[in-house]
Ligand binder design. Structure first.
Ligand SMILES: [Fe+2]
Length: 399
């Protein structure tokens, strides 16, 4: 049985099923390990973990610990309660109509980010004027329909990760800011900050940045330097928006003080930084990396909520979950009838979005494509999110 245990209850002889820090470039070879001595426990504590998942069939048990399935059900319920309590923000354009524009925009933005980071890597000065029209286009797209840009931004190529992640974080930040009703001037700074938040990685050795295995302690320390390196680059630019600088400097801080580089806690971290941390981790979790497959958005949102006991601002995580949806556009969901469908737009009701039925799970074949507005359907409802790869569903083909 898989159970969640506090790090303080971890003992020699337990088997860790999941370190439960999917976002972290942690110094362990695998997410699973047998706790063979006290040294291993001390190392786990030093990474800032506050709990892990153990497999009681492969090691000692903690009788009072809660089963993983119970934790998951409670988190799902919390997300659904928040979604149900509030109407979604209505978008003036459908996600499908905004999709083409968002796709071109993300392509242009990724190209720009690659140029900027390559320029920094080869020692040329930072030149940011080219980003201004892009920022305006990103804000426009997210205000027309935020789900178009955020769903496309999730589809990354493994080797383009660093550039595409920056663009994706910027897109998610503007969507988040729209949900929080932040002023336009602040949104501009957030988007710029999203694009530049990992600029310091251009000065981290490529062998460390793209290493397809666990980082050594030294490499981990080199990776963490990207924040200070980024500060060094941005602070040379006179008049750069302070909101953008905050995104860059604070996106690895954690509310329990376990983050870096400053180890700030709670309100010591400006709200901009607490927002950036959530978005940065959500995008990393839902992306393919050199060492892991992409997580389903629904799983990533639940994990953010679980980790908000220690790492993230819980109220902000719930706002974020609301703006991307319990089942974001591009998610594949199982319906009660046994059909699988792709979420194509959020509509007014986050738990009953517009879906496109594509696959018959019982008979295991693709089915006649049809759209259902679940909000108006008396018979169909979502029973959970599923992994499209398991059924060979190429989402792009159907959107
Ligand atoms: Fe970073």
């Amino acid at each position: 049985m898989i159970k969640r245990v506090a790090i303080a209850d971890l003992r020699v002889g337990m088997f860790i099923h999941d370190l439960d820090c999917g976002w972290l470039d942690h110094p362990f070879v695998s997410n699973q390990l047998y706790v063979k001595d006290e040294r291993a426990i001390r190392k786990l504590i030093s990474t800032g973990l506050d709990h892990v998942y153990i497999d009681t069939e492969r090691g000692h048990d903690v009788e009072t610990a809660v089963e993983a399935s119970v934790v998951d059900a409670a988190l799902q319920l919390e997300l659904e309660t928040v979604a149900e309590a509030n109407q979604a923000t209505v978008s003036p354009v459908t996600s499908e109509n905004e999709r083409l524009r968002a796709k071109t925009l993300l392509y242009d933005a990724t190209l720009q980010m690659r140029r900027i980071m390559e320029a920094v890597r080869s020692g040329r000065p930072l030149e940011l004027h080219s980003l201004e029209p892009l920022i305006e286009r990103m804000i426009q797209s997210a205000f027309s329909n935020p789900h178009a840009i955020t769903s496309i931004a999730r589809l990354k190529l493994r080797d383009e990760y660093t550039f595409m992640h920056s663009v994706s974080v910027a897109a998610l930040l503007v969507t988040f800011a729209r949900e929080l009703d932040l002023p336009y001037s602040e949104i501009q700074g957030l988007v710029l900050g999203g694009l530049l938040h990992d600029i310091g990685k251009a000065l981290v050795p490529l062998t460390v940045l793209n290493k397809p295995a666990a980082l050594t302690d030294l490499e981990f320390a080199q990776m963490k330097q990207h924040v200070d390196l980024g500060s060094g680059l941005l602070c040379q630019l006179p008049g750069l928006d302070p909101v953008a600088i905050k995104v860059m400097q604070l996106h690895h801080e954690r509310v329990d003080g376990s983050g870096y580089p400053l180890g700030l806690k709670q309100d010591q971290i400006d709200r901009i930084g607490r927002m950036a941390a959530i978005v940065d981790v959500y995008d990393a979790l839902t992306s393919v990396r050199v060492y892991k497959e992409a997580w389903l958005p629904n799983k990533a949102t639940k994990k953010l909520l679980e980790w908000s006991d220690s790492h993230f601002d819980r109220a902000l995580v719930l706002h974020f979950a609301r703006c991307i949806g319990v089942y974001p556009v591009g998610s594949v969901v199982a319906l009660e009838s046994g059909m699988l469908a792709i979420v194509v737009d959020q509509g007014n009701d986050l738990l009953r979005p517009l879906v496109r039925v594509v696959y018959n799970r019982k008979q295991r074949h693709f089915d006649r494509m049809r759209d259902i507005a679940l909000e108006d359907s008396p018979t169909e409802r979502i029973v959970g999110a599923v992994d499209p790869a398991v059924y060979g569903i190429d989402i792009e083909r159907f959107l």
